[in-house]
Design a protein around this ligand. Structure first.
Ligand code: C2O
Length: 551
């Protein structure tokens, strides 16, 4: 194994994906930022030099951070932000996982432009568990606003001006027709597409005209090969697919279009963002074949793709599902309302402001010191350890009646920084139940520091007898981010083998200020080896109010 070193220079950079020049925070001058390539077992060292005018942290989305919790990069959870004219060096080992992940800023909105691929290949001499591809190509989707992202309204989530493929808007948008992602292929060859959804707030369908692909990994976990013509990724998810150029020589569009799961909300007519696959030898005049895209409300297609993925039993790093469960939680998730702050005008229902919750708690991000420093140094008053294992009231989560008291109680969640503490090495099972308060919507829940087994997906209210019998304990998919079906549920399980403070949140960026999040504190194990180490001496300090979340 090797030490892989990178420098990320964060600067304010002028870009112009559509018709207008825009200043964005960017890493090494590009959108997306640089791809970081490592092999499993390597140590990654990244010096982040912040010469922008923004406070930033960089999160290594999906990396286990075993014994390196301080390097997780979650703003105000594991560190204070790197302030302008400062730097911080992240250093951690990458072990026990292979495939595609992403790195991104973990400060509200900045993830829009500060992100890139993190590619983890097998140790040298070890093969992929699939035929070696001819070439590997990262494909990153992003959401674009033709405005300074710091000025975006936060509640509700702002409608974006475009979707991009590898930073390019392509021919669906004005001024970008000639700036379209272009992949040249050789007929008969097989390509590994490392697909990343870096959009802030939107699940995305992806399709390539006339070509099927074979899914071989998702969230850097190998999967049973799965043949499909369409893919869906929630914000934060990745999919690795094999694409064989097995069609007649010509040009084929690839396209991405949002999947909008919120039921009953009118969906604007959004044009697909396109890229191009050009076969070697194609005549320049030939017109590209178009894919037939799913409708933006196609829940059935989204559900089929998501729920059909299974893990590759016996593959590299595969581990069987632990059968014994130590901690069981039932967590409701969804939207709610916050009383409108006096003196402001709120545009949410009932004249209030949008909020969200887990088990009726709206999570408040600490503002003075990071949670993990508060935990490590025993500083009280930063959080409370009383996150409930159940919602405070039970009702039909798939319906919402404004007249019942229990429903109204769930409509206005409690604002608190409450966490769930778990014993080292315990197995945690969580039923995540989507609620219809305001509107059911697929929330992509992301757990820092761990992969979890997704034992099942379903619609309606989770039934602990009927549904528990159908869980997949044999080859369930593994993820760090899972889209909970709108008006439905997922069951996940993970082993809390890494001490520290780990964020668990909706990966729609707009839902961070909504408070659809929580943190787990995994206690120390019995030995120094299994305990949270001291923070690095150069960990950024909060020297002034770093608040960037509206409170
Ligand atoms: Cu990719 Cu906490 O996020």
């Amino acid at each position: 194994s090797a030490i892989v070193e990178h420098v990320l220079h964060i600067n304010d950079v002028v870009v112009k994906p559509l018709c207008k020049e825009q200043i964005i925070p960017a890493a090494n001058g590009s959108l997306p930022g640089p791809t970081i390539n490592v092999r499993e077992g390597d140590t990654l060292v990244v010096n982040v030099i912040n010469n922008s005018t923004y406070n930033v942290t960089i999160h290594w989305h999906g990396v286990f951070q075993l014994k390196s919790t301080w390097m997780d990069g979650a703003n105000m959870i594991t560190q204070c932000p790197i302030q302008p004219s400062n730097n911080f060096t992240y250093q951690f080992d990458i072990t026990g996982q292979e495939g595609t992940l992403l790195w991104h800023a973990h400060v509200v909105n900045l993830r829009a432009t500060l992100h890139g691929a993190l590619v983890i290949r097998p140790r040298s001499g070890r093969p992929y568990p699939f035929p070696k591809p001819y070439k590997e190509v990262p494909i990153i989707f992003q959401q674009w606003w033709d405005t300074d992202v710091r000025l975006l309204q936060l509640r509700p989530a702002p409608v974006s001006d475009a979707y991009l493929i590898n930073g390019l808007a392509g021919d669906s948008y004005p001024c970008s027709t000639n700036r379209m992602f272009n992949l040249k292929v050789v007929q008969g060859k097989t390509y590994l597409l490392r697909i990343i959804n870096a959009a802030l707030n939107t699940h995305l369908f992806f399709k390539i005209a006339n070509h099927n692909v074979t899914v071989v990994a998702a969230d850097a976990v190998y999967t049973t090969p799965y043949l499909t013509d369409v893919m869906i990724l929630t914000p934060g998810q990745t999919v690795d697919v094999l694409l064989t150029a097995d069609q007649p020589i010509g040009k084929y569009y690839m396209a991405t279009v949002p999947y909008i799961s919120a039921i009953g909300i009118p969906t604007p007519d959004i044009k697909p963002t396109r890229g191009l696959i050009v076969y070697e030898g194609a005549t320049s005049s030939s017109s590209p074949v178009k894919p037939l895209m799913p409708a933006t409300t196609d829940i059935a297609t989204a559900h089929r793709f998501s729920s059909n993925i299974t893990s590759l039993v016996g593959g590299p790093h595969w581990t069987p599902v632990p059968r014994h469960v130590d901690e069981k939680m039932f967590i409701t998730m969804g939207l709610g309302l916050d009383p409108c702050p006096s003196g402001t005008k709120c545009i949410g229902p009932l004249g209030q402001r949008y909020a969200g919750s887990l088990n009726n708690r709206t999570f408040m991000i600490p503002e003075r010191i990071s949670m993990q420093e508060a935990y490590f140094y025993n500083i009280s008053g930063v959080y409370t350890e009383d996150f409930p294992d159940q919602p405070p009231v039970k009702f039909d989560y798939t319906k919402f009646q404004q007249r019942t008291n229990s429903d109204m109680k769930m409509m206005f969640p409690e604002r608190k920084t409450s966490v769930k503490t778990i014993r080292f090495n315990s197995t945690v099972e969580i039923v995540l139940q989507n609620t219809a308060i305001l509107s059911p919507e697929s929330h992509p829940m992301h757990l820092h520091g761990f992969n979890f087994y997704v034992l099942g997906y379903g619609f309606g209210n989770y039934d602990p007898v009927r549904d528990a019998r159908k869980l997949n304990l044999f080859n369930p998919q593994m993820h760090n981010t899972v889209g909970v079906p709108p008006g439905g549920w997922v069951v996940l399980r993970f082993v809390a083998n890494n001490p520290g403070v780990w964020l668990f949140h909706c990966h729609m960026d707009a839902h961070l200020p909504y408070g659809i999040m929580n943190a787990f504190i995994v206690q120390n194990g019995p030995t120094p080896e299994t305990s949270l180490p001291s923070p690095p001496s150069n960990l950024p300090q909060c020297t002034r109010d770093p608040t960037i979340y509206d409170s």
